[in-house]
Design a protein around this ligand. Structure first.
Ligand code: AVI
Length: 321
């Protein structure tokens, strides 16, 4: 017996209840990222099948000088969702060869990750001034206004791909509203490619992505006292060419009932029923350009890796009419 009145419900409780009582069932992908989920995602980025992270890093390494020359001087780098700042170092180093002082504002929800980011960048490049910003993007992007210099706002890692197109445009437009006409955006998008390669990236042979996906259930068991049986669900990753996205599900392997006492819910799953947990949109240059234009930017340049698996787009803020 759980005394409900003594337990504070997590902020996501309402969303979970909604997702489990609507057909088809779903769970919000933001639930992936507790401490275990973040560590599992780090592991995913090192998997041979998950080409995204290393390919983006390759572009940044090979094109950093070219990027720096396009950015001009006196630019401050603000990286949204910076994590431990593994990717940005090379670009910061190239910038610091061109200007006396480079300022770097890594922005993340995780204080621990930001601490590591500061240590990493400062140890590699002494002339870079690191100013970590702890922020939750669901509270908006007003903190960008308090950074006075000409800014490069970097949003890397294909994180934009986890938003549906309308939400992606809304978010990029919100960022845009906090930018000045001399600021720029550097956006990383994964590109449309062969189904076999995409499927492998989201259903790796070691089962790390499966563990990452099921970690949502582990979290609901721990935080909502739910009784999901992990063995009774399987990880499913499907390419949807019509919507240009990978779709991630947890599929029920049997007819079963799950209790979520804190939500006063008993949820029935049919055998083979799929619960949606994440989308990962894949872009072409044309669809990325369109998304940027609809959000108030002008695409000025796109860099690719040698196979054209991933793209980094540089965009200016559209001049207002
Ligand atoms: C964080 N995001 C960009 C990852 C992606 O590729 O969409 C999340 C992920 N989901 C499964 N594998 C990786």
């Amino acid at each position: 017996m759980i005394a409900r009145e003594l337990v504070t419900l997590p902020s996501y409780a309402e969303e979970v209840a909604q997702g489990l009582t609507t057909q088809p069932k779903s769970l919000p992908c933001k639930l992936f990222y507790d401490a275990t989920g973040s560590a599992l995602f780090e592991e995913i980025t090192r998997l041979p099948e998950y080409y995204l992270t290393r390919t983006e890093l390759e572009i940044l390494r090979e094109r950093a000088d070219e990027m720096a020359s396009r950015l001009g001087t006196d630019v401050t780098v603000v990286e949204l969702g910076a994590g431990t700042a593994v990717k940005t170092c090379t670009l910061l180093e190239s910038l610091s060869r061109r200007q006396i002082r480079v300022r770097y504002y890594p922005v993340d929800i995780s204080r621990a990750a930001l601490h590591q980011a500061k240590e990493r960048v400062e140890s590699r490049c002494r002339q870079i001034l690191v100013r970590p910003v702890v922020a939750d993007f669901s509270d908006g992007f007003e903190f960008l206004r308090s950074i006075p210099d000409k800014k490069l706002v970097a949003y890397l890692g294909s994180s934009i791909g986890n938003f549906d197109p309308a939400a992606a445009v809304a978010m990029l437009a919100e960022i845009n509203r906090q930018m000045t006409p001399r600021d720029m955006l550097l956006l990383g998008t994964d590109l449309v490619k062969a189904k076999s390669m995409l499927s492998a990236a989201y259903d790796d042979s070691e089962g790390v992505t499966e563990q990452f996906n099921k970690n949502i259930l582990v979290r609901l068991n721990r935080e909502l006292f739910a009784d999901f049986d992990l063995e009774s669900f399987r990880h499913v990753a499907l390419w949807n060419p019509r919507r240009s996205r990978m779709e991630i599900y947890l599929e029920s392997l049997r007819t079963q009932t799950v209790d979520l006492p804190l939500l006063q819910l008993r949820v029935h799953f049919a055998k083979g029923e799929r619960m949606h947990t994440e989308n990962s949109y894949k872009y072409t240059v044309a669809t990325a350009k369109c998304m940027l234009e609809r959000s108030g930017y002008v695409l000025t340049h796109t860099w690719f890796d040698q196979h054209k698996w991933f793209a980094l787009h540089l965009a200016n803020v559209q001049a207002s009419a």
